[in-house]
Design a protein around this ligand. Structure first.
Ligand SMILES: [Zn+2]
Length: 278
């Protein structure tokens, strides 16, 4: 599943390739990918003839600001969504769900095997959060100034649930998923099962710091190697080579050489070093 670094990598690619060019039309191959408006024709009419001024990111949501007065185009990649900038002659992948056409025979193609991905057109007269309702519940982005130690401490206060589970909750931290939650917990030496209520103030301070560090490292590597993540040019990231624990069960810890373990927590795999994390 694409997490913050992958979505950020896609955003940067889109800002390099798609800006200030008119969307000449589109083709929706799977109607339910369009979460709003309910009419696919209305979706296409809303974005047609408009240009994208800038792509923004909030958590794992991408928001394209359309030419003045035309609202926003929202995209969530969910489990397997990919946005690819391609020539229109490129053969259609069988999981292609939406095509947005631009000049010079270019297109932005939304490919999504599991079909959980979503797109929205938010008309300018409507509040973005009222259409893309997930945004209203979203916590602060780890790179936003409001993501302070106090903010994170308040989010974790009185929560008797494992810290790993809390980190996956988008209303606690926006943008983290399984990979970077495991990596951040390793870097601050905290076991995934540790209850939020048992964390010491200095551990929360350290956790905030390493969340930002881990995400920055992955963005610099162009996103993850794991899963089917591709950037807009169809290239996988490089983060896997430097991962501390994620997907490394049975392999030696890069710090202490003990064997990395994997447990199931809230239905997800958690990877950790029993020596470095306590
Ligand atoms: Zn270790």
């Amino acid at each position: 599943m694409p997490e913050l670094p992958e979505v950020e990598t896609v955003r940067r690619g889109l800002n390099q390739l798609t800006l200030n060019q008119n969307i000449t039309g589109g083709d929706v191959l799977l109607n339910r990918t369009i979460a709003y408006p309910f009419s696919v024709d209305e979706f296409i009419q809303g974005i047609q003839g408009r240009a994208i001024i800038a792509w923004h990111r909030r958590g794992k949501y991408l928001l394209a600001e359309l030419s003045p007065g035309a609202g926003y185009l929202g995209v969530h990649l969910r489990m397997t969504g990919q946005l690819l900038w391609l020539h229109r002659d490129e053969p259609l992948h069988k999981h292609t769900r939406v095509r947005l056409f631009f000049g010079d025979q270019q297109e932005l193609r939304f490919v999504d095997q599991r079909t959980f991905g979503q797109m929205w057109w938010v008309p300018s007269k409507m509040q973005v959060e009222s259409v893309i309702t997930g945004l209203a519940k979203l916590a602060a982005d780890p790179f936003a100034p409001e993501f302070t130690v106090e903010y994170l401490a308040a989010k974790l206060k009185n929560r008797r649930r494992p810290i790993k589970t809390a980190l996956l909750d988008q209303s606690v931290v926006a943008g983290l998923g399984n990979i970077y939650a495991d990596e951040a917990l390793f870097k601050c030496g905290v076991l995934p099962e540790t209850l939020c209520t048992d964390l010491q103030p200095q551990q929360i301070e350290q956790l905030r710091k390493v969340i930002i560090e881990v995400l920055e490292t992955s963005i610099a590597a162009g996103g993850t190697t794991f899963s089917n993540f591709l950037n807009v040019k169809g290239i996988n990231g490089n983060y896997g080579g430097v991962a501390w624990v994620y997907n490394r069960a049975g392999e030696p810890c890069r710090v202490c050489h003990n064997v990395i373990q994997r447990i199931r927590l809230a239905g997800r795999s958690s990877h950790f070093c029993p020596q470095c994390q306590s």
